[in-house]
Ligand binder design. Sequence first.
Ligand SMILES: [Zn+2]
Length: 660
Amino acid sequence: MARTMTQPKNNGFDVSDIDTSVRPQDDFFHYASGDWLKKNPIPATEAIWGSFYVLRKDNKNKLKAIVEEAAQDKSAKQGSDAQMVRNLYATGMDEARRERDGVTPLRPIFEKINSIRSAEDIIPLLAFLHHTGFGGLFGFYIDQDERLNDKNIIYLAQSGLSLPDRDYYLNDDEESKRVRVEYRKHVLAMFKLLGRSPKECGIAVESIMNIETDLAKHSMTKVEQRDIEAQYNKRTIPKLTKEAPGVDWAKYFKLAGVGVPKEIIVAQPIFMKRTGEMLTEISIAEWKDYFTWHVLSGSAGFLNKTFVNENFRFYGTVLSGIKKQRPLWEKVVGFIDGSVGEALSKLYIKRHFNHEAKKKIDTLVDNLFSAYETRIKALDWMSPKTKRLALKKLHSMTRKLAYPDKWKGYKGLVLRDDSHFENFRRIQEFEWKRMIGKLKKKPDPKEWHLTVPTVNAYYNPVMNEIVFPAGIMQPPFFDPAADDAVNYGGIGAVIGHEITHGFDDQGCQFDHTGNFKNWWTEEDKKKFTKKAKVIEDQFNEYVAVDGIKVNGALTVGENIADFGGLTLAFAAFQKSQKRKKKVAIDGFTPEQRFFLGFACTERDLVRPELLKKLLVTDPHSPGIFRVNGPLSNMPEFAEVWNVKRGDKLYRDPKDRARIW
Ligand SMILES: [Zn+2]
C-alpha cells in the first residue's frame, strides 16, 4: 500500500511533511504540510485530497475486505447483516444485468408520470415519488420539534433543484454561467439517451430550467438558511392551505402515509406558496419533463454505463473537476454504507475497533469539558447569569463514542439478489416507513446520524450531544502510540470543535435541554454577536480561488467552532502536561507539536471546480483558512511559534477575535 495510506512512523507527526522554505509565522498551513502536499497530488478519481480523505479511502479498503468476505458467505441467513451486505454487493457489481436492463426499471415510474392529466394529479404523483426515494418540488421529513424536542414533527422545506444551490440558477458570475451552460448540455444528453428526439430534448431542457429557476428564485439563500427562527413556522393544515392554497395538503399528507397532521413546521412559507401557484401556472407537459428528469437524474447511478458516464461527466467532472470515475467496488461499498450502514458497521467494529481508543478518547473528552468549564468561568465579557446557564448547558451535554449502544436494525427489509435498482427502491421504501413511524414515537436519544466507519463527527443541538464514530478514532486524528501533543492537536481539536458548536452563533440559541429557547441576557448576546462579527469579517477577506472570497456569513458557525475547539484543546493539553516532563521530539517542543498535529489533520488540496462549489455550499472554510485563520487569532500560537508584528499570521491583539 502506498505510503499515504498509513500514517507516518510512530511519532504521530512526520517531520518530512514540513516545507522548510515556508516560515511558520507566515503560513502555518503550508509550513506544516507543504511537502506532504507536494508528494501527494490529488488522485484522478478524487476532487479533494488530504488527511480526512486518505483515512476515508483507507476505511473503504477495510470495508471492501469485509464486504467481499460477506459476499462469499452463502450460509448467511435471510435478513442477517451478512446477507443484506452480500445481496447489495452482488447486485451492485452485476454490470451485465445493468447493461441488459438499461432504463427498463424506470418505465413503470415514467408511465405514472405520463398519466397525469391536470394539476390535481401532481400531488398524488409527488407523494408517490417522495416515498419511493425521488426528490421533486419540496422536501418532507420528520424530525424533533426544535422548540418541543420531546416530540417528533413533520417539516416541509424548499427543495426540487438539481444544481447544488439556488445561486447557480440566479447569479451572473463566471462560474455560475459556466455551470448553467454545462447543465443544459447535461439535461439534453440525458434525455437523448432516453430516446427522445432532438426537438423533444430541447423542450425538456427549457421546461426544467424554467421550473427550477422559478423554485430557486423563491428559495432562501444558504446564509438565510442559518436563521433558525425564520424557518420555524408552525402551521395547522387550514393555515398552510390559506397561505399556500395551490396544494391539496391534506391529500398530500394522507398519501405520504401520515394521515392529516395537526401541526407541521414550514421552513420556507414563501417557497410553499410559490409551489402552489406553479402547479396551475405551469403546463402539464412541462411538469412531466420536470418529474421525468428528477427520476432519471436520481437513479442515473443505478442504470447502465451510458447514463452512469454522462451523470459523472456533469456531477463529477464539471462540478467537481474529477478526472476519472472511482472503481465500481468503491461506489458499491459507499452505497452499502449509505443504505444498510448499520449492518456494515457491526461487521466493521468486530474487525477494526480498538477498545483502548474509546477509553482514552473518553478521558480526552472529560479533559476538554473541564478546560471549557474553567474558561467559561474566567470569561471577562459574560455576566454571571449567562455563565451559570452556559455551564448548565455544558454539563448537560452528552457524548456518544465509537458506536451506538442500540442498533436501529432492518427488521422487515427484504433485499434480493435480483437488481441494484430494485434494492435501492426497497431501501428507500423501508426508510420512508421508518421515518413515518417516528411520528408516533418519542425521539430516541440513542439514535445515531452517522455510520460507525465514518471519518467525521457532529454536534446535534436538539439533543445537546456530541458524537464521534469509530472511523475518526484513528491516526492522524488519534494514535494511542503517539505523544499527547499530536493527539490533543488532532482529535482534541475535533472534540473541542464539536463542543463549541453548542456555543456557536446557531448552537447557542438552544438551551441545555436541546430546545430552541433563549438563555442569554440581552447584553451578553449583543457582546457575543459583536465577537462573532469579528470572525465573519476576518474570513470575508480570504481569497480562495480566482479572486473568489470565502463567505464569512456562511462559514461563521464553523469558524467559531474551529477557533473555540483549538483554544480548548490547547488549554486541555497544557493542563494534562502539568506534572509531565517536557520532551522535545524531532526538535519540536510539545507545544509546537500540538500545532503541527492540528495542521496535519486539516491539510488538503482541492480541485478548483470543487473549491468553487464549496465556497457556495459548504459552511466550512477551505483547509488553509481553517488552519491559518484561527491560529492568527490565538495568542498561544503567537507565543509558541514566536509570531511577531510584520509576520503574515500576526494580528494585532486588539483586532484578534476572542470568544471562548
Ligand atoms: Zn463543525
